[in-house]
Ligand binder design. Structure first.
Ligand code: EPZ
Length: 420
């Protein structure tokens, strides 16, 4: 397993090109199941999660071709298998996004329950309830969901009790081939859902309410192929932005427009960081900035994203005062805390609340990654820490960050990947 070694203390400076959004691309890939015509995706990030989804779709009978390093052609002309195997689904929860499309296209789907992961139980009851409302018959057997709708799905009204990105995506994709109209209320509004809707509409789906929490879908008999460019990754964008902030650097980021006018950027301003948006993206200047402590609560979009909570916590360990972070989305998303504490951070946990008392500096240490965003929080801490930080189990990082050490090294970071 590879490790990443960082010699901290260098203020980042330079330009970072943000890659395509992992969490959009995964849903877009699943949507290819809905049509017998090829779906071409551009600006695809080079990540292990994308490879996992390609393997899963291949196991269902889709032809997945890399037209070049950032483009995929997905051809679902022949669905030869309607079972998504546990061995693949257990590696990546987003595999569950094939359930809705497979059921809508084939009238049958057998998908392994994703199981929990480091950040929480990750239930799927909202996905199943939505499909039930669309007329699916569901049963759970030996850890699999078996869904059937032999005469096809029927449009329905779906009221989500809480906002769920994945359940919203599964419901939208299934409804595009249902007979009649579907209305989804309290839908999640993450930009990745907007990107999925944009692509589905290009494929011939009739969808209203993009960007709002009420989505209306007029089902179609079939969808066409299309070509679609994946939006840029706002979580990668926020991650590099915080890497510049903690090192008191000055960088410009391309892409990530979805993060403008959101709670995240408001918080960056409250910390005393100067930024300016331009036609390409955003320029950050944190040189000589005494970071101010802030209060953060993670919420569904456009609230502060839970996927940037760990990275923000790492940055706030060096603020001038005490910050408060409330994790409202997942029940166990503080796995980065013990590792940050080993680097000298002062963090007290009270349930889903973390009190972060700023310290003068962090000290490099060997630390261990536990999930995708906790891993990158350790990279951020290591970039500012005095001395060497060695982050083990970096396969977590490769799931969601394309060439992270190259992008950081290009901004002056002393960082390298070693085989361990
Ligand atoms: C998506 O996960 C993202 N993953 C996550 O990013 C992200 O953290 C999350 O949305 C929240 O923004 C992808 O898009 C592939 P949810 P998802 O359903 O869809 C509960 C990353 O690091 N819930 O919006 O699984 C759930 O337990 C990953 O890139 C139910 O109770 O998240 C959570 O508490 C991590 N029942 C809350 O809803 C359900 O049926 C929000 O989860 C579904 C969800």
């Amino acid at each position: 397993m590879d490790s990443i070694i960082i010699e901290g203390g260098v203020p980042l400076s330079g330009k970072v090109k943000i890659s395509g959004a992992k969490n959009s691309c995964l849903a877009l890939m699943a949507s290819a199941i809905l049509t017998e015509a090829p779906l071409n995706l551009n600006n695809v990030p080079k990540l292990s999660d994308i490879a996992t989804m390609s393997t899963l779709l291949g196991s269902l009978g889709l032809e997945v071709q890399n037209k070049d390093s950032r483009s995929l052609c997905l051809d679902a002309r022949n669905i030869s298998n309607r079972k998504a195997h546990y061995d693949i689904v257990r590696k990546m929860r987003a595999s569950f996004l094939v359930l809705g499309p497979l059921l809508a296209r084939e009238g049958y789907a057998k998908v392994s329950l994703p199981g929990g992961c480091a950040i929480g139980a990750r239930a799927v009851d909202l996905h199943l309830e939505a499909l039930r409302k669309l007329g699916a018959k569901l049963k759970l057997e030996n850890g699999y969901v078996i869904a059937s709708a032999p005469s096809g799905l029927i449009g329905a009204e779906i009221d989500f009790p809480i906002k769920s990105v994945g359940a919203t995506e599964n419901a939208i994709m299934a409804a595009t081939l249902a007979k009649g109209r579907t209305i989804i209320r309290n839908a999640a509004r993450e930009p990745e859902i907007g990107d999925l809707i944009d692509c589905l509409k290009k494929m011939g789906a009739e969808i209203k309410g993009r960007g709002s929490s009420t989505i209306e879908i007029e089902g179609k008999h079939r969808l066409n192929g299309s070509t679609h460019e994946v939006i840029s990754d706002r979580i990668e964008f926020g991650t590099y932005l915080l890497a510049a902030v903690i090192t008191k650097g000055k960088i410009s980021l391309t892409g990530g427009q979805e993060i403008l006018n959101t709670e995240f950027l408001k918080k960056i301003g409250e910390m005393g960081v100067r930024y300016k948006s331009d036609s390409e993206g955003l320029a950050i200047d944190a040189t000589n900035t005494d970071l101010q402590p802030i209060k953060v609560t993670t919420e569904p979009y456009p609230g502060f994203p839970t996927d940037l909570q760990a990275q923000m916590m790492a940055t706030l360990t060096l603020a001038k005062g005490e910050s408060e972070i409330n994790e409202n989305i997942f029940e166990n998303r503080f796995m980065h805390v013990p590792e940050l504490s080993r680097m000298g951070a002062k963090i007290k946990l009270e349930g889903t609340c973390a009190m972060v008392e700023g310290v003068d500096h962090l000290v490099g240490a060997p630390v261990m990654a536990t999930d995708l965003r906790a891993s990158v929080a350790l990279v951020i801490a290591g970039l500012a820490a005095k001395g060497e930080t060695r982050i083990n189990r970096v396969y977590h990082l490769d799931r969601g960050y394309e060439n992270i050490e190259t992008k950081l090294a290009q901004c002056g970071a002393q960082i390298k990947r070693v085989q361990s």
